[in-house]
Design a protein around this ligand. Structure first.
Ligand code: NAP
Length: 208
């Protein structure tokens, strides 16, 4: 049975897409702000399996990124995590993920794809973007310093589907956290303690 046919069905769902290498408080604040700001019943974190735009970059094993995200969300009853992009073979395209959620929940559930505004800047290059924008709205979380004029060139029909949301906590970044660990600088208070412990236990981001 589709979740959309249940009486307690999900009316609006956030799909929180990201590489999460690693997940940090900026991501968690973004998801919670989207949940409250857009009345979302749930936010499902979807760590990228094989990001198509990072073919040349070395990223941390998907299982590590998944486990860190799972630890990070465990205290929020409205947050869930999905292995959908880890278990699907090939590159992880947002259009396939949104189609899978649409199949699962049905058309009565409003889908919101939440991610970083810098990622959205490249949306024109994403696979099957017209289909993607037909099936969901986008919540684009902006870091301090982001300028809306960077999206002036977007077609009107794109802009109608993209909502920009300022998130000051996104001053925290995964890149900075990786660099801090490599330089043996502190990462405390930038991410949940459980994730910090996982990073050290599994020797992630360290250079010997
Ligand atoms: P990215 O290029 O690593 O990140 C771009 C910026 O967005 C970074 O500043 C990043 O900060 C931030 N960011 C990423 N996810 C975020 C989130 N959920 N909330 C707030 N800020 C976020 O992007 P990415 O993480 O690899 O990809 C983002 C999403 O776009 C993923 O779901 C990915 O699958 C999707 N995507 C799809 C396609 C496609 O379908 N062809 C192509 C590209 C991206 P941090 O580094 O601190 O996270």
């Amino acid at each position: 049975m589709k979740a959309g046919t249940l009486s307690n069905r999900i009316k609006s769902l956030g799909i929180m897409g990201g590489t999460f290498d690693p997940i940090h408080y900026g991501h968690l604040v973004t998801a919670e702000a989207a949940r409250c700001g857009f009345n979302l019943d749930q936010v499902v974190f979807v760590p990228s399996g094989r990001p198509p735009h990072k073919k040349e970059k070395s990223i941390t094993l998907a299982e590590h990124r998944y486990h860190m995200a799972k630890l990070a969300i465990e205290t929020n009853p409205y947050f869930r995590i999905s292995r959908i992009e880890l278990d699907r073979p090939g590159y992880s395209y947002a259009v396939d993920t949104v189609s899978d959620f649409l199949d699962k929940y049905g058309e009565e559930t409003d889908l919101y794809f939440i991610t970083g505004a810098d990622a959205i800047l490249e949306i024109i290059t994403w696979k099957n973007v017209e289909k993607l924008l037909k099936h969901c709205k986008f919540i684009a979380a902006t870091r301090p310093g982001f300028h809306l004029h960077d999206v002036n060139h977007f077609p009107k029909e794109f802009m109608e589907k993209i909502i920009f949301m300022e998130v000051p906590a996104l001053a925290i970044s995964s890149t900075d956290i990786r660099q801090r660990v490599a330089a043996r600088r502190p990462i405390k208070y930038l991410l949940p303690e459980s994730v910090e412990a996982y990073i050290y236990e599994h020797h992630l981001y360290q250079v010997d």
